[in-house]
Write a protein that binds this ligand. Structure first.
Ligand code: NDP
Length: 263
């Protein structure tokens, strides 16, 4: 029996145990997935091995610590320095990032997305912005604080804070801030958000499990939107594929995981 877990702080709200256990149970795969409340990101590696885990996911605020904890980082995670999936490969900790591809999966119905505004500049924004740029999209990043924008200044995108933001037209606006997760905050001052919503075709939010004030407003304006559940499903399917290493088909994983969203 293999054991998997999610590390985070907080972690009680995470749907990952439900999603991955749905796959293991429905596909008769001998594994179990639990959650680990981790306060100190520095302790990630020793906790992972002391629990005897075969793999794990990592959520806020430890994704950058997870990158540093790995013996080897593969694929897209190497480019952005952010890891959300860990695999135990013969006693070595291997890191991956499945968030960005999960998001691309979530917005696959949105047509002709070329100009994107990303709200927030944390780990999720790093992953998504790099992925959008890989696709040749035009990207702007708007964040509350200037310090986190430094990373994005080295990329081929426009950056601004709430104070120096200049409004333009967008195909898609994505909220990657945690504003609205456990508060009634908007990702930027409401008057700015109202103007932004008047100038976009689509909206998406990384937060799942609730309609954020940002999405509520988008809905009120009749804008087509996606919440974080589709992104969560996408990243989960890709992570589970890494956990089971070819022993289950992607289709079987996706069907079983999708069912957990009906619970
Ligand atoms: P980080 O802690 O790395 O970044 C948080 C960002 O949010 C920062 O840019 C911060 O701005 C901004 N922020 C926080 N509070 C506010 C506020 N009240 N008003 C405006 N901006 C704010 O977080 P992550 O990138 O790891 O995660 C962000 C969100 O995305 C979380 O809610 C997480 O649950 C969700 N998520 C969902 C996924 C899914 O599969 N659906 C996958 C990954 C993440 P500043 O720099 O000014 O502090």
């Amino acid at each position: 029996m293999q054991l998997f877990s999610i590390f985070g702080n907080p972690v009680a709200h995470s749907r990952s145990p439900l999603m991955h256990n749905a796959v293991f149970k429905n596909c008769h795969y001998p594994a179990c997935y639990t959650r680990t409340h981790l306060l100190d990101g520095e302790k990630l590696k020793e906790t992972f091995f002391s629990l005897g885990l075969s793999g794990a996911n990592v959520t806020i605020p430890h994704k950058e610590a997870a990158f540093n904890a790995c013996d080897e980082v593969r694929g897209f995670a190497k480019k952005i320095g952010v890891v959300n999936t860990l695999v135990n490969e013969n006693g070595k900790l291997i890191g991956y990032n499945t968030d960005a591809d999960g998001f691309m999966y979530a917005i696959r119905e949105f047509q002709k997305v070329q100009k994107i505004l990303v709200l927030g500049a944390g780990g999720t924004a790093k992953a998504l912005v790099s992925r959008f740029l890989e696709e040749g999209m035009q990207v702007s990043v708007l964040n509350r604080s200037a310090s986190r924008l430094e990373y994005f200044q080295t990329l081929d995108c426009q950056v601004s804070t709430w104070d120096d933001f200049i409004l333009a037209e967008y195909d898609l606006v994505v909220n990657t801030t945690s504003a609205g997760l456990s508060s009634s905050d908007f990702p930027a001052p409401k008057n700015l958000i109202l103007q932004i919503l008047q100038n976009t075709h689509y909206v998406a939010d990384a937060i799942y499990g609730k309609l954020t004030p940002f999405l509520e407003l988008a809905k009120e304006k009749g804008i087509l939107y996606k919440n974080g559940a589709d992104m969560l499903l996408g990243q989960g399917v890709l992570a589970n594929e890494l956990f089971v290493q070819g022993k289950l088909s992607k289709e079987a994983i996706q069907n079983a995981m999708q069912k957990s969203f009906e619970l």
